[in-house]
Ligand binder design. Structure first.
Ligand SMILES: Cc1cc2nc3c(=O)[nH]c(=O)nc-3n(C[C@H](O)[C@H](O)[C@H](O)COP(=O)(O)O)c2cc1C
Length: 301
């Protein structure tokens, strides 16, 4: 798929996920067939204040392409300043988070809170578009309150403001992850705009993928990729001759290559490792593990 000058490798994308889509995991998913990867959401305010911890989240590996950095915030000028500063220049795309339902994000007016304030949302997109020639995309939900549906209006606003792509998750903020998504909601958004539309929500296997891919240009996968990154090779048909254990090994090796803190590696890897093992007993042991060595003994010995 083409997004401005960016050519994605496949039309199945890895969703931005805080605490999950760090550099090692993006590398793994890209190798397994993810056509475009997104960073975890990154605060524009923290970047403006030069937070060292936040800067670390901007790490990329050599040759990583294409990759979108996802930003959150609520002040258009913050986005403009961060993008103009050049700190994001190594990324291929800028994605704006307008869907995060987490209370601590919403209370600051960020994430899905912007679904209630289309003027500010529009000004943020315009500020990003003004600050860069790279594609700017927006990820959003159906609305804020339980029965809202502002999706078509919101999608049209994104397009008018200059977004090159939108990702739509057809649940409201109040729904969180409850209920089932309806791909017809995505079809309506797709029919309302001419920019590429990425569908997102509940894709876990070939059947759910095919249902969604019929109504939009690309499909984004989040939760299913955690512990199951082979979903990308399964759906893209990319011939990856790796067992589950070899995938787990590679993931841990990438973490060790790019991350210095053992605490981070153990904490992060555990989120995935429960699905890398089969038995309840091994899952219990992984939950208790406090070192890389312990994890390696459980998984690979
Ligand atoms: C642990 C976790 C962290 C997430 N972090 C982000 C994030 O940083 N930015 C974002 O736009 N969405 C975030 N999401 C939402 C996902 O990107 C995606 O929209 C959602 O999980 C629905 O897709 P799925 O059904 O394939 O998981 C997160 C979801 C999970 C489960």
């Amino acid at each position: 798929m083409k997004i401005k000058d960016i050519e994605t490798k496949t039309n199945i994308f890895l969703a931005p996920m805080a605490g999950v889509t760090d550099l090692p995991f993006r590398r793994l998913c890209s190798r397994l067939g993810a056509g475009l990867c997104f960073t975890e959401m990154i605060s524009v305010k923290a970047l403006l204040h030069n937070s060292a911890k936040t800067r670390e989240m901007l790490a990329k590996y050599d040759g990583e392409y294409p990759v979108a950095v996802q930003l959150f915030g609520h002040e258009p000028m913050d986005f403009y300043k961060v993008i103009s500063s050049g700190v994001l220049d190594s990324f291929d795309m800028i994605d704006i988070n307008m869907g995060c339902p987490a209370p601590k994000i919403v209370k600051n007016g960020d994430g899905s809170s912007l679904l209630k304030d289309l003027d500010t949302a529009c000004n943020i997109i315009c500020a990003c578009v003004k600050a860069t020639d790279k594609p700017v995309s927006v990820k959003f939900r159906k609305g804020f309150y339980l029965h809202d549906d502002i999706s078509v209006r919101f999608a049209k606003m994104c397009q008018r403001a200059g977004a090159s792509m939108i990702t739509y998750h057809p649940r409201t903020r109040e729904q969180g992850f409850s209920g089932k998504i309806d791909v017809e909601d995505i079809r309506r958004v797709k029919e309302a705009v001419s920019i590429p539309v990425v569908g997102n929500g509940d894709v876990v296997d070939r059947e759910s993928y095919e249902r969604m891919s019929k109504v939009c240009d690309a499909v984004m996968i989040g939760r299913r990729a955690v512990g199951h990154p082979e979903i990308f090779s399964l759906l893209t048909g990319k011939d990856v001759d790796m067992t589950k254990k070899e995938i787990a090994r590679l993931h841990l090796d990438y973490l060790k290559e790019y991350t210095k803190s053992e605490r981070y590696i153990v904490g992060t890897f555990k989120r995935h490792a429960f699905s890398y093992v089969d038995s309840v007993e091994d899952r219990r042991r992984i939950a208790m593990a406090s070192s890389i060595e312990e994890i390696e003994n459980i998984l690979f010995s």
